[in-house]
Design a protein around this ligand. Structure first.
Ligand SMILES: C[S@@+](CC[C@H](N)C(=O)[O-])C[C@H]1O[C@@H](n2cnc3c(N)ncnc32)[C@H](O)[C@@H]1O
Length: 268
């Protein structure tokens, strides 16, 4: 069957080529934009603009400990990408003031918000880290160990998913399964296994929503479990939430829990 355009005429190879080129070119620009968001987030540039208000390149460089020329390049790119706004376009480059518009601050900085998208930039940077190993895996059929994706991927996933856990786990997701919701509130305290818990935010959200529940988070990745432990400590839930480096396939975990969940980790 031939592809058809909206008007009913068949798509020519020329048009198909043009459409693909346009799409890939747009993706390349989008990818560069993600990298610039990564730079702004990791170097605290957005935070400085949110806390201190509009700034020139020299001011931003001074408050963030960055080089003035690099700060200017970044500010100009962010304005062209419509992420930042320029207050005075006619001013000389070094005197031009840039601001983070209302709304963008939430999307780029508020880690509890469901609109928080900055972690996706970090995730996309992380996903490129083991690409040579991924190419090799395509040839051999073997896998790429999760730790090889490194900190950016780990944090990107953790903070990309966290807003859903903070906002929805105890108010929508688990209450939508009435018998689970009831058991989590009842005595004796429910035992919950959080499989592939990553840095623990889902386990912590369950413990916060259900104060009686006892949650054991399991993950095969040592760095994730170390992060989960320190997150639980910071959130003050270590009396009810523990984490262990453990393979989810461990048969010893069977029949020990009232609820076992696996969030964002069963992919195929
Ligand atoms: C995409 S991450 C999701 C992490 C966390 N659930 C979240 O939503 O932020 C998948 C996690 O599953 C873990 N994982 C993969 N296979 C596992 C296994 N066999 N046993 C335990 N954890 C595993 C990985 O180490 C990784 O932390």
């Amino acid at each position: 069957m031939s592809e058809e355009m909206a008007g009913g005429s068949a798509v020519t190879p020329e048009q198909r080529k043009e459409a693909l080129v346009e799409r890939v070119f747009g993706s390349a620009i989008g990818f560069m934009e993600l990298l610039s968001i990564y730079v702004g987030e990791r170097l605290g540039l957005y935070r400085a603009l949110a806390d201190g208000g509009a700034a020139t390149a020299p001011e931003l460089a001074a408050t963030t400990g960055t080089d003035e020329r690099y700060a200017r390049e970044w500010l100009e790119q962010q304005a062209v990408a419509s992420i930042l706004e320029v207050e005075d376009q006619r001013a000389k480059p070094e005197a031009r003031r840039y601001r983070l518009p209302e709304g963008h601050d939430e999307a780029l900085l508020e880690r509890d918000s469901l609109y928080y998208v900055a972690p996706f930039a970090q995730m996309m940077v992380g996903i490129t880290r083991p690409l040579p190993a991924v190419l090799e895996a395509y040839r051999t059929g073997r896998g790429v160990p999760y730790p090889e994706y490194g900190e950016d991927m780990r944090h990107g996933i953790a903070y990309g998913n966290r807003p859903m856990f903070v906002n929805l786990m105890g108010s929508e997701w688990l209450p939508s399964v009435p018998d689970v919701h009831e058991r989590l509130q009842a005595d004796p305290p429910a035992r919950v296994a959080d499989i592939g818990c990553g840095t623990g935010w889902s386990s912590i959200a369950i413990a916060r929503a259900y104060p009686k529940a006892r949650v054991n988070g399991f993950d095969a990745d040592e760095e994730s479990v170390a992060g989960a432990r320190s997150n639980a400590e910071a959130e003050g839930v270590t009396d009810r939430v523990t984490f262990q480096v453990r393979d989810a396939a461990d048969p010893e975990l069977s029949d020990r829990y009232d609820l076992a969940i696996a969030v964002e980790c069963v992919h195929d």
